[in-house]
Design a protein around this ligand. Structure first.
Ligand SMILES: Cc1cc2nc3c(=O)[nH]c(=O)nc-3n(C[C@H](O)[C@H](O)[C@H](O)COP(=O)(O)OP(=O)(O)OC[C@H]3O[C@@H](n4cnc5c(N)ncnc54)[C@H](O)[C@@H]3O)c2cc1C
Length: 354
């Protein structure tokens, strides 16, 4: 049975074993009475020889730290010796026991093999909750793991809370018109989390933990012959520390001015959905519920009214400054500072000053 709000349709439906080979579920059966704690798939981003922990993984671990009431936290990473420099940082975000699926071939993303190893580690550790980023990889991986474990999965969450081990997962549903809060009916409960939703906490200094190397027999179904990054890094507004964001209150002539301001501030230009609809910006620049969630230090909103869909994407922004000619514009409810004036004129003036 399918469901609008969860990936895989398993959030609250029985569906035991549908479509799975006999014996598969028995192999992965978990003891729900013992299930406790959090397991996070830690996504690693690689560039040449170097590797870094993805921001979304730090965001999830930060959220886990804020919700956790003394339960255990496990992390799982895939790769080889290039991961060693990351151990300390991962422990500093609250991971006590880190499972490293140790295989040179797994530095590349192989969803089938990753899913087998993750399911094995989940069976070993028995977490109540399994979390990963709703990134392109996380979206491929999470349903595979959920299917192996017969677990409920809520995709693309924008809020999480926990009470007595039970996770409440909130995500936009029905085309973004409602926010649905979902609970799973069994353990482990799984969720993918939209990047940029939660702020990254300060790492704990001097934190230590254990690293366990895990070998998986794998199920090598394919070889990746070559791979190429399609999305350019500089287009990722969810990583920008400063965003100059434009809405329907600015004129098209202001786009180069906004780009100049953003460049001078070391930031990027983003926009509301209205400007994507006008064709002024690609969808990758759209902030909001059906666009990207962002978490900049400063979000400068020019001519943006503050619709509920737009505000859903900026809840993690540290400081919001709104420039709007309407002093009553809804964005004022969340803005730290409001400048009442003409957005084009303020942009030009700011560019001149900078
Ligand atoms: C399912 C769904 C999903 C959606 N997802 C998103 C999303 O992800 N992101 C998103 O942004 N929207 C989204 N929307 C659209 C959303 O409802 C709004 O229509 C949109 O956010 C409005 O964009 P805006 O603030 O730029 O425009 P408007 O609401 O038209 O606001 C323009 C603002 O500019 C001000 N203004 C006008 N002229 C000037 C001037 N000269 N100087 C200064 N201020 C001026 C006005 O006072 C007004 O406040 C979604 C809608 C739906 C139904």
């Amino acid at each position: 049975m399918g469901c609008e709000t969860c990936s895989g349709g398993s959030c609250s439906v029985d569906g035991k074993g549908k479509g799975l080979p006999p014996g598969m579920l028995e192999q992965y059966k978990l003891n729900s009475n013992r299930s406790d704690g959090y397991l996070v798939w830690i996504e690693v981003e690689r560039s040449g020889e170097s590797a870094r922990v993805s921001d979304v993984s730090k965001e999830i671990l930060s959220k886990v730290r804020s919700m956790n009431n003394g339960s255990r936290v496990w992390g799982v990473i895939f790769g080889h010796s290039e991961l060693k420099p990351l151990y300390k940082e991962i422990h500093s975000y609250g991971v006590e026991t880190l499972y490293e699926v140790h295989d040179r071939n797994l530095t590349e993303f192989h969803p089938e093999e990753y899913a087998v190893a993750l399911a094995q580690i989940i069976v070993r550790t028995e977490p109540a909750t399994v979390l990963m980023g709703a990134t392109p990889r996380g979206r491929e991986l999470a349903p595979r793991v959920a299917a192996k474990l017969d677990a409920g999965l809520t995709a693309d969450c924008t809020e999480l809370s926990v009470e007595d081990r039970v996770l409440s997962m909130t995500r936009p549903a029905f085309g973004g018109n409602v926010l649905a809060t979902i609970q799973c009916t069994s353990f482990p409960q799984m969720a993918t989390v939209r990047p940029g939703t939660f702020p990254i906490a300060e790492p704990a200094e001097g934190a230590n933990g254990t690293v366990i190397y895990w070998q998986t027999g794998g199920c090598w179904l394919k070889d990746i012959v070559s791979s190429e990054r399609v999305r350019r890094e500089e287009e990722d507004i969810s990583r920008a520390r400063i965003l100059v964001s434009l809405g329907a209150g600015v004129s098209k002539d202001s786009i180069p001015v906004a780009e100049s301001v953003a460049r001078k501030l070391g930031g990027m230009v983003s926009c509301s959905r209205k400007l994507v609809e006008k064709g002024w910006f690609p969808p990758s620049r759209q902030v909001g519920q059906s666009g990207r969630s962002v978490a900049p230090d400063v979000y400068l909103a020019f001519g943006i009214s503050g619709s509920v869909q737009h505000l859903a994407g900026i809840s993690a922004a540290k400081r919001i400054i709104s420039v709007n000619r309407d002093p009553e514009a809804r964005i004022g409810e969340v803005a730290d500072e409001i400048i009442v004036g003409d957005a084009d004129a303020v942009l030009r003036e700011l560019d001149k000053i900078l």
